[in-house]
Design a protein around this ligand. Structure first.
Ligand code: CA
Ligand code: CA
Length: 169
């Protein structure tokens, strides 16, 4: 009977472990900040903001080289780049309030770290009513200095992966 119970417990643990591995989300704590990476789960920018806030977090801000380095290190730890050559993930920068004036939605700060990909932001015209007002962090393994964890404005309604972070109170 004891053996049977042990076997059952092992089975439960194995199932739990498998379901944890199968999860498409990744939480991690890094340099006192907690991050969340949606991994394979895509939302438009507004829903990504809501998703983060509903978990007590904020859509990621990358306000200086240190914050850029931190998210790169965190992402490398998730193993995502072992299976993907590119990354396109929403961050909180947007110029929804005033065209061309990018601010971080999570902190309210004006963007001063201009880590844009070449020729960005271009406010590309999607259609008569839509241009590009929300920013992603983009990476391409063959992009060299460009697409190197740099920013690109995209249409807010497009669905991309995203990062959440905790911010100090
Ligand atoms: Ca714009
Ligand atoms: Ca763009």
């Amino acid at each position: 009977m004891v053996k049977l119970q042990t076997a059952f417990l092992l089975l439960v643990l194995t199932v739990l472990e498998l379901s944890a591995q199968g999860s498409d989300t990744t939480f991690g704590i890094f340099r006192q900040k907690e991050y969340y990476f949606s991994n394979s789960f895509k939302l438009n920018w507004f829903k990504a903001v809501e998703y983060c806030r509903a978990r007590g977090m904020f859509l990621l801000s990358v306000r200086n080289p240190e914050e850029r380095e931190a998210i790169i290190e965190y992402l490398e730890g998730t193993g995502y780049l072992k299976t993907h050559k590119t990354l396109h993930a929403w961050i909180s920068a947007n110029d929804l309030g005033e065209e061309g004036e990018f601010h971080w939605a999570s902190t309210g700060e004006r963007m001063s770290y201009l880590n844009w990909s070449e020729t960005e932001p271009n406010d590309f015209k999607i259609d008569e009513c839509t241009r590009e007002d929300c920013a992603i962090l983009e990476y391409w393994s063959e992009g060299g200095a460009n697409y190197n964890y740099t920013f690109n404005d995209r249409s807010c309604m497009r669905e991309f992966l995203f990062f959440c972070e905790t911010l100090p109170a």
